[in-house]
Design a protein around this ligand. Structure first.
Ligand code: BES
Ligand code: MN
Ligand code: ZN
Length: 524
C-alpha cells in the first residue's frame, strides 16, 4: 500500500502532467511565411481552378507525383468548385496533398480567407507537422495575411475539456507555412493587423463554446479583463448589481434576479481615433445561459443556450481586435451580462419593470430577456458616452432563425447610411446581413394596458421585428442605431464554412472590424 503522504506528493505531479498534456493537445497550429517554392516532399496544399485545370502549383506538384494527383482528382470527381476540398494522404513523394477548389473566381481577400480556412480545417485532422500552402499569385500584395487569417479561423478547435487518449496519434499540431510571393509584406500585415482580428474571433468563440457553469457574468468579466491586459488605449468599467441598482437599471437586474450568479455590465472604451470624436458603441446581449426563466424553454436543444452571450462576446472581441491592431477609431464595447434562470426569486410574466431611462414595460415572457438586458445597456452608453452610432448585436429571436436561416443575420435600422454601410461590411467580411423592416405598426402589438410597453407581442407575427422595435424605443432621437439579430449565425451547424467550423462562430467580430476599416478609418 502506498502511504498517504507519498500519495499527496504524487497527485499534484500527476495533475500537472495531465494539464501539460491537455494544453499541448489544445494548441492550434502556428503560422509562418516563406517565399514561394514547390517542396519535393512533406505535406502540401494547392488550389485548383474550376474544371481541375492543370496549372500553377497544382501542375508542379502533379509532375512530382508522376501524374498521380491528376488521377486522384479524376477518380474522386473533384472539379475544383469554390469551397470544396480533397484531402489526400500519401500521394507520390508527398505525405499529404490537400486540394482546395477556387472555382473561376479571381483572388480577393474573401477567397484567400476561404482557401486558408479549408487548409486550416484539413490541418486539424492531420498528423503532418508542417503543411505548406502554395500560393504563387502575386495579385494581392498581402495575400498571405488573408490566407493566414483563414487558416487561423478554419483551424479553430476547443479542446479544453478533452483529455488526450493515451496512445492516440497527435493530430493538428505543428505549423502551416504560407509559401507566397511577397512573404515579408504578408508577414508584416499579419503581425500588425490581421492576427488581431483572428484573436478577437477566437476570444468570442471560446466564450460561446464554454458551458454556462464555466462562463457566467463574473467569469465573462474576468476573461475580458484578462484579454485586454497590456492592450493600449483601453479603459475598462464594470458595474456590479449594486452599481446597476443605483442607476435604476432594474431591467437587466430583473433578468438576473432568479440566478445565483449576479448580472454585470462590462464596458471597454478604446480611444484610437481623434480626441473628442464621438465613439461608436457596440452593445452585445450577454445571457450566459438562457433557460427562458419562469417562461421555461423546452429541454430539447436548451444546452445550446450557453451561446446566448455571443453578441456580448463579439462586441468585446471586436473592440479587442480594434485596440490590438491600433485602429484609428473611438469604439466602445458594452456587454450586458446576466443568467436567465427560473427560481423563487425570478421575475414573473406580468411583472412591470421600470428601466433606467424611466420607461416601463410589462413582462409577457421572461424568455424575451435579451431585449430586457439590452435596453438598460443602451441607456447607459447613450447617457455616458453620447456615441454617434450604436450597433447592438444579439441572439434575440427564434423568428430570425426561421426568416433567414444559416446565411444572414437580420439587420434592423432606421438610419439609411448605417444600414448601407453594414450591408457592405457584411459582404466584404463574409459575415453577411440582410435588412428586415421596422414598421411603425409594430407598436400596436407592444402596447400594454398598464405600462409604457410590453416585452413581447401576442400576434405571433414579425417576432424579430418586434424585438428590434422594442429595443429601438430606448434609442434617443438623432443617434444612428442598428440592431443585428444573430440568433441563426452565432452557432454553426453542419455544413461548416471554410472559415467557420462547426459550433461557435464568433459572428460579428469580422463584420465590425470591416465596418470600422471601410466606413470609419477609410472615410477620414
Ligand atoms: N435566446 C433566445 C433566442 C434564440 C432562439 C437564440 C434560438 C438562438 C436560437 C431568446 O432569448 C428568446 O428566447 N427569444 C424568444 C422571444 C419571444 C419570447 C418573444 C423567441 O424567439 O422565442
Ligand atoms: Mn430567451
Ligand atoms: Zn435569449
Amino acid at each position: 500500500m502506498i502511504p498517504a503522504r507519498s500519495l499527496r506528493l504524487v497527485r499534484p505531479v500527476f495533475v500537472v502532467v495531465l494539464l501539460l498534456l491537455a494544453s499541448a493537445a489544445q494548441a492550434q497550429r502556428s503560422l509562418s511565411f516563406e517565399a514561394y517554392g514547390v517542396p519535393a516532399e512533406g505535406a502540401v496544399a494547392v488550389t485548383v481552378r474550376q474544371g481541375a485545370v492543370l496549372e500553377g502549383a497544382f501542375a508542379a506538384v502533379d509532375a512530382r507525383t508522376g501524374g498521380g494527383l491528376q488521377r486522384a482528382v479524376a477518380t474522386a470527381g473533384f472539379l475544383g468548385d469554390r469551397g470544396t476540398m480533397l484531402n489526400l494522404p500519401g500521394v507520390g513523394p508527398y505525405q499529404q496533398v490537400v486540394l482546395v477548389g477556387i472555382g473561376a473566381d479571381l483572388a480577393s481577400p474573401r477567397l484567400l480567407e476561404d482557401v486558408g480556412g479549408l487548409v486550416g480545417q484539413a490541418g486539424v485532422t492531420s498528423a503532418a507537422p508542417r503543411i505548406e500552402l502554395l500560393w504563387p499569385d502575386a495579385s494581392v500584395p498581402t495575400a498571405g495575411a488573408h490566407l493566414a487569417l483563414g487558416a487561423a479561423l478554419g483551424g479553430y478547435t476547443f479542446r479544453q475539456y478533452r483529455n488526450p487518449k493515451p496512445g492516440a496519434p497527435v493530430l493538428g499540431q505543428g505549423t502551416i507555412v504560407l509559401r507566397i510571393a511577397n512573404a515579408d509584406a504578408s508577414r508584416a500585415a499579419w503581425e500588425s493587423d490581421w492576427r488581431h482580428v483572428a484573436e478577437g474571433v477566437r476570444f468570442a468563440r471560446d466564450l460561446a463554446t464554454e458551458p454556462g457553469n464555466a462562463v457566467y457574468p463574473e467569469e465573462f468579466v474576468a476573461r475580458a479583463r484578462k484579454a485586454f491586459e497590456g492592450v493600449r488605449g483601453v479603459r475598462i468599467e464594470v458595474l456590479d448589481e449594486r452599481a446597476m441598482a443605483r442607476l435604476g437599471m432594474r431591467s437587466i437586474l430583473a433578468v438576473g434576479v432568479g440566478s445565483a450568479r449576479p448580472p454585470r455590465l462590462f464596458v471597454a472604451r478604446y480611444t484610437g481615433g481623434p480626441e473628442g470624436e464621438a465613439p461608436i458603441a457596440f452593445v452585445g446581449k450577454g445571457i450566459t445561459f438562457d433557460t427562458g426563466g419562469i417562461s421555461l424553454k423546452p429541454n430539447e436543444n436548451m444546452w445550446r443556450m450557453k451561446y446566448d452571450m455571443t453578441g456580448a462576446a463579439s462586441s468585446v472581441g471586436a473592440v479587442l481586435a480594434l485596440a490590438r491592431r491600433g485602429a484609428k477609431v473611438n469604439a466602445i464595447a458594452v456587454a450586458a451580462l446576466a443568467e436567465n434562470m427560473p427560481s423563487g426569486t425570478a421575475a414573473r410574466p406580468g411583472d412591470v419593470v421600470r428601466t433606467a431611462s424611466g420607461q416601463t414595460y410589462e413582462i409577457m415572457s421572461t424568455d424575451a430577456e435579451g431585449r430586457m438586458v439590452l435596453v438598460d445597456a443602451l441607456w447607459f452608453v447613450q447617457t455616458r458616452d453620447q456615441p454617434r452610432a450604436i450597433i447592438d448585436i444579439a441572439t434575440l429571436t427564434g423568428s430570425q432563425v426561421t426568416a433567414l436561416g444559416d446565411e444572414y443575420a437580420g439587420l434592423f435600422a432606421r438610419d439609411e447610411t448605417l444600414a448601407t454601410q453594414l450591408l457592405a461590411a457584411g459582404a466584404a467580411s463574409g459575415e453577411e446581413v440582410w435588412r428586415l423592416p421596422l414598421h411603425p405598426s409594430y407598436a400596436k402589438d407592444l402596447e400594454s394596458p398598464i405600462a409604457d410597453l410590453r416585452n413581447a407581442g401576442s400576434s405571433g407575427k414579425a417576432g424579430a421585428g418586434l424585438g428590434a422595435f422594442f429595443i429601438g424605443a430606448w434609442v434617443q432621437p438623432g443617434v444612428a442605431w442598428a440592431h443585428l439579430d444573430i440568433a441563426s449565425m452565432a452557432w454553426r451547424d453542419d455544413p461548416a464554412l471554410p472559415t467557420v467550423p462547426l459550433g461557435a462562430s464568433g459572428y460579428g467580430v469580422r463584420l465590425f472590424d470591416r465596418f470600422v476599416r471601410d466606413h470609419v478609418e477609410a472615410a477620414r
